[in-house]
Design a protein around this ligand. Structure first.
Ligand code: FAD
Length: 625
């Protein structure tokens, strides 16, 4: 099925997103207005993004010593994105926003990611501005955030440093008060920053008038020392070009210098930079040090950043999902047109018979079905989590409470599962193309290269797994786990109820397909029940004993089993909503069947090492490698 049909089904038939228009915040909206946004984004993605996906891969960003040069198509796509209003999709009407539910915003952004993930939409700019709307002063919102929402300025997130990636407690960037009047600056307490930030996406370009960096740095105490760990980290607004209180450029360049571009495996359309803050290349008022304005309270910078994590991680998961689906659509097209080989059996031995198309081979169907199950399953999970974000912001007290706990445990999964399994999907898309898939004449190799980033950024796979097993499932005596269990139980009960109602309304001789689907779904429900019980038991088994290092040694297999169980739940729930005739419903039933037959059983091996607290990896002496 085409992407739009799948999105429409998940948004409206499965998640009943149109129901949120009952809420005051969304009461000016209707399914028509949601559709209009989806139509616009689909059209821009088709016209301004998809045709240039290869161009931005080949014409990598370059630095001429003064400016970063990007292909013209990137500016065109960026301008079209700004004009669509998507940068302020979720904002209030009175500041020029659309007051869209996040679920619709996330679904609309999916079209851009599918068409060209590395031309990119506004994920970083929107994330940056949202953070300022939450933690900034009124003037910081006015000067920086609003100019990001209207597209004048772009935003970045500067956390990583060459020596501090996963471990942000080791950031070495320092911020010192800028003069005696530093606390009186209307834009916020003013500091001078010095340090290096590595891997900064969109860190330098000419797409916008200005770039607003959000930078993590430590403020030394009177003794010149900083507080060790993450507690001493503060957050600063560091504009590339200095601005006045009206948001106008003052004409002064801030002391932020591009030290170099990173040349990446994929995602090449997005410029990635090493930035030097405060090295003196662009002295401000005669001295070195990048001018930065404190956001929120000193020492609480990481907490401010973490407020944005749910949406950022859903965004990364959805980008991974879209790359997975892009590979699926490309390999599906290829499999329908390429002829190769003859069927297994006597007819296949006759070379005078014409060859069949790839899609007629069972093994090719296996690889297509796997991609469909990974991609559409991940899309369901991404939109489900996006809906939880809407519950968190606009639901009643009980809905907010549940959404918060569910997002705690689902956020590591919504980021990591698509990153791992849609990468596998992209590999299968190459496989379906055979040797052609290994060349640059077809799109699938680029999808794989672009995809490979997702297990690395926004918290690596290993770090996400430790966050899940080491923190999220333990919080408040496992409250998130318990709430997720209740949702899974509700779907299982629905499958039982569905089977009963099919039996009730059908005569024994009719509805063969309907009946057999209902029986299958009930069987899957029982498999899901068992899988969930096993995950919960493994959670307890992992924490037996008093050696946390050993408990966490198999965090990744734990997260894989957890993720597969969550996806099995998604597929069962989606399949229960896919009743009736039609290829789309049939396809979803088959993908659900595939997931339960070919994927869910894998969790046994993953949970075995968790349950037995297997120490094979942890015990391996370095010298023995
Ligand atoms: C293309 C790209 C874009 C990026 N964009 C940005 C950006 O815009 N802003 C920004 O701030 N950062 C950005 N990053 C940085 C990214 O978030 C980091 O690369 C990531 O956090 C990992 O840090 P690292 O590369 O230093 O790897 P390391 O932290 O050195 O990790 C290397 C490996 O060791 C593992 N590991 C690390 N610590 C542990 C541990 N305690 N236990 C077990 N395993 C561990 C990791 O899981 C990983 O597999 C980007 C990175 C890339 C590649």
């Amino acid at each position: 099925m085409a992407l739009r049909q799948t999105v429409d089904f998940l948004l409206y038939d499965w998640l009943a997103t149109q129901g949120v228009t009952q809420r005051e915040r969304f009461s000016d909206h209707s399914r028509d207005t949601f559709d209009a946004v989806l139509d616009t984004c689909e059209r821009i993605a088709r016209d301004k993004y998809a045709p240039f996906n290869r161009t931005v891969d080949i014409q990598e960003p370059a630095f001429d010593g003064e400016k970063v040069i990007l292909p013209a198509c990137t500016q065109d796509a960026h301008d079209a994105y700004v004009q669509s209003g998507m940068l302020s999709a979720a904002q209030d009407f009175d500041i020029g926003g659309m007051q869209l539910p996040y679920t619709v915003e996330a679904a609309a952004n999916a079209f851009f990611a599918c068409a060209s993930v590395s031309i990119g939409g506004g994920m970083l700019t929107v994330g940056n501005a949202n953070l300022l709307m939450k933690h900034g002063t009124d003037l910081q919102k006015q000067v920086f955030a609003l100019n990001e929402f209207n597209g004048r300025f772009a935003g970045t997130m500067c956390l990583s440093e060459p020596q501090a990636g996963s471990s942000l407690s080791d950031v070495a960037t320092r911020a010192t008060p800028d003069g005696d009047d530093h606390a009186q600056d209307p834009l916020g307490p003013r500091y001078r920053l010095k340090g290096n930030k590595m891997w900064i996406s969109t860190g330098d370009h000419e797409l916008t008038e200005n770039i607003i960096h959000l930078v993590l740095a430590k403020i030394p105490g009177a003794d010149g020392k900083t507080i060790p760990g993450t507690k001493g980290i503060s957050l600063f607004i560091v504009p590339k070009k200095l601005v006045d209180t009206e948001g106008r450029l003052t004409g002064e360049r801030n002391d932020v210098a591009l030290a170099g571009l990173n040349h990446k495996l994929g995602w090449r359309g997005t410029v990635n930079t090493l930035l030097n803050f405060g090295e003196g290349k662009y002295p401000v008022r005669g001295s070195s040090g990048a001018v930065g304005y404190l956001v929120g309270v000193a020492g609480k910078g990481l907490q401010c950043m973490f407020h944005m994590m749910n949406e950022a991680r859903i965004g990364v998961g959805l980008a991974a999902t879209m790359l997975g689906l892009a590979g699926y659509y490309a390999s599906l097209d290829y499999a329908k047109t390429r002829s190769q080989g003859r069927p297994v059996g006597p007819a296949g031995k006759d070379p005078s018979q014409p060859p069949v198309r790839l899609i007629e081979h069972a093994d090719i169907k296996r690889m297509l079905l796997a991609q469909k199950a990974y991609g559409e399953g991940a899309l369901a999970l991404g939109l489900y989590c996006a809906r939880l974000v809407d519950e968190l912001h606009t639901g009643d007290e009980s809905q907010q409470h549940q959404a918060q706990w569910l997002l705690e445990v689902l956020t590591p999964i919504v980021k990591s599962w698509p990153s791992e399994w849609c990468l596998e999907g992209n590999s299968l898309a190459i496989q379906i193309h055979g040797g052609y898939g290994y060349t640059r004449d077809f799109s699938v190799e680029q999808y794989w290269r672009d995809q490979r980033l997702n297990m690395i950024h926004e918290g690596t796979h290993g770090i996400q797994a430790m966050d899940l097993l080491g923190r999220k499932v333990l919080l408040d005596k496992g409250k998130g786990l318990q709430m997720l269990g209740e949702r899974i139980q509700a779907t299982i009960a629905l499958a039982d109820h569905h089977r009963e109602s099919v039996e009730d309304h059908l005569e024994p001789t009719e509805g063969h397909r309907e009946r057999s689907e209902a029986i299958s779904l009930q069987t899957h429900a029982h498999a899901l029940q068992q899988a969930w019980t096993n995950v919960v038991q493994a959670t307890q088994a992992a924490w037996q004993g008093d050696d946390p290092a050993l408990s966490l040694a198999n965090a990744v297999p734990y997260m894989q089993a957890f993720g597969h169980t969550v996806l099995a739940w998604m597929w069962l729930d989606v399949a229960l909503a896919s009743q009736g005739e039609g290829d789309a419903n049939h396809g979803r039933q088959q993908a659900c069947q595939f997931f339960f037959q070919y994927e869910l059983p894998k969790i046994g091996a993953w949970l075995n090492v968790v349950n037995s607290r297997d120490s094979t990896c942890a015990d391996m002496p370095e010298a023995a490698f």
